[in-house]
Write a protein that binds this ligand. Structure first.
Ligand code: 13P
Ligand code: SF4
Length: 381
């Protein structure tokens, strides 16, 4: 007897496993770097403008070197509409980025994620059924009136669709402030998911005190809160986090300052509130890069984000500026790391042979409302 699985209840990762994930063919394993490079270049040359390759800043050097455009989630989402002539968008990033690309792409375009196992553990912390239960519980207490859902782009397409359908919006780390302004112009309370830290850091910078924020725990009845606590909150923060950015600590900042007097610290807003408060600056991956690159010569920076970005930035700005990681052990995003040059070669040579591997498609019923939420995001700079 066959087993029926309600795909909407699965995590982003489980869905990729159930889908069309094929293991990398053996002939693509163990290739020397020079051969990988030469064959990727050859496949790209054959495909020409039929393909556009986007790379997030956390990608490995040997992958991002082939990107036509690099950026943070915001910048890459904006690139989708800029290449109407490309049949294929190869997204070197993680699953939610490729899903967003498929939602924003034109109907004739196909989006490819080189390794379908490249998910995001934070995105998996908000499941569609948990959000539905949250909304129902709030409604049962009359607390859904004036409630605007804001989802970080690091979330599944179905979460984005849920928000779009209920008058909500998607945000990135670049425009979180603008999207919260947008939301508070439309309702008195925001439900922010799945990253409590980005929500808290942004709302605090906008003047919302911590005691007007409440953490919604999806594993507890009514989020583990009393109706009074919810009624008092200006923002409900979903209890989700990034396992890479929550490794950074205030102690690390103190240590790096003691070891390098005059050093400045810049971190990603997915870091805990105490860390962002202790740092000199915070911002999206693109903002971090821009701030360091444009700092005065002689500047020394400790950077609190994924290690591939930090190491690349350190090389790019040397010797005029010095960059080091805030975490001496280096924080790796293991899912971003899934995209290897071998996977990239496989999908590109597949396209040369008219075979599309690892296509990401969002179901039509989710696409419409998710697009509404993403289009609202693109309007907010
Ligand atoms: P950015 O949009 O700042 O690149 O962040 C994406 C991300 O996943 C950070 O962990
Ligand atoms: Fe997700 Fe964190 Fe990796 Fe960003 S760094 S993709 S939030 S797990």
């Amino acid at each position: 007897m066959g087993i029926t699985v309600n795909v909407s209840l699965l995590t982003e990762y489980e869905r990729t496993q159930l889908g069309t994930r094929q293991p990398l063919p053996e002939r693509y394993l163990g290739l020397p770097p020079e051969e990988l490079d030469a064959r990727i270049h050859a496949a790209r040359a054959t495909l020409g403008s039929r393909v556009v390759l986007l790379g997030h800043h956390y990608q490995r050097d040997e992958v991002i070197t082939f990107a036509d455009h690099t950026g943070d989630s915001w910048k890459l989402a904006r690139q989708i509409g800029e290449h109407p002539g490309a049949e294929f968008i190869v997204f070197c990033g993680v699953h939610f980025m490729a899903e967003s690309a498929d939602i924003l792409a034109a109907p004739h375009q196909q989006v490819i994620l080189p390794d379908l196992a490249a998910g995001c553990s934070m995105a998996d912390m908000a499941a569609p059924d948990q959000l539905a239960v949250c909304w129902q519980e709030l409604a049962a207490h009359g607390l859904d009136a004036g409630l605007v859902p804001v989802t970080y782009i690091n979330s599944s397409a179905s979460i984005k669709a849920f928000c779009g359908e209920r008058g909500g919006i998607v945000c990135t780390s670049s425009n979180a402030r603008g999207t919260l302004e947008w939301a508070w112009a439309r309702g008195e309370r925001v439900l922010f998911l799945p990253d409590q830290h980005l929500g808290r850091n942004t709302a605090f910078q906008m003047g919302i005190p911590l005691d007007r924020m409440a953490v919604w725990d999806p594993d507890e009845p009514l989020g583990g809160l009393t109706p009074d606590e919810i009624a008092r909150a200006r923002i409900l923060l979903w209890k989700g986090h990034c396992s890479v950015h929550t490794r950074f600590t205030v102690r690390q900042i103190e240590q790096v300052r003691a070891q390098h007097p005059g050093i400045r610290v810049i971190v990603h807003p997915e870091c805990p509130w105490e860390v962002v408060q202790a740092a000199d600056a915070s911002g999206s991956t693109e903002t971090i890069r821009k701030t360091v690159r444009e700092s005065e010569p002689g500047s020394v920076w400790a950077v609190g984000t994924e290690i591939h970005l930090v190491n690349r930035l350190a090389r790019e700005v040397a010797p005029d500026r010095t960059v080091m990681t805030l975490d001496p052990f280096g924080c790796l995003c293991s899912t971003m790391f899934r995209v290897s040059p071998n996977h990239l070669l496989w999908v590109l040579e597949g396209l040369v042979d008219d075979q599309v591997h690892n296509r990401i498609t969002v179901a039509e019923h989710e696409k419409m409302w998710a697009r509404v939420a993403l289009d609202r995001m693109l309007q907010v700079s």
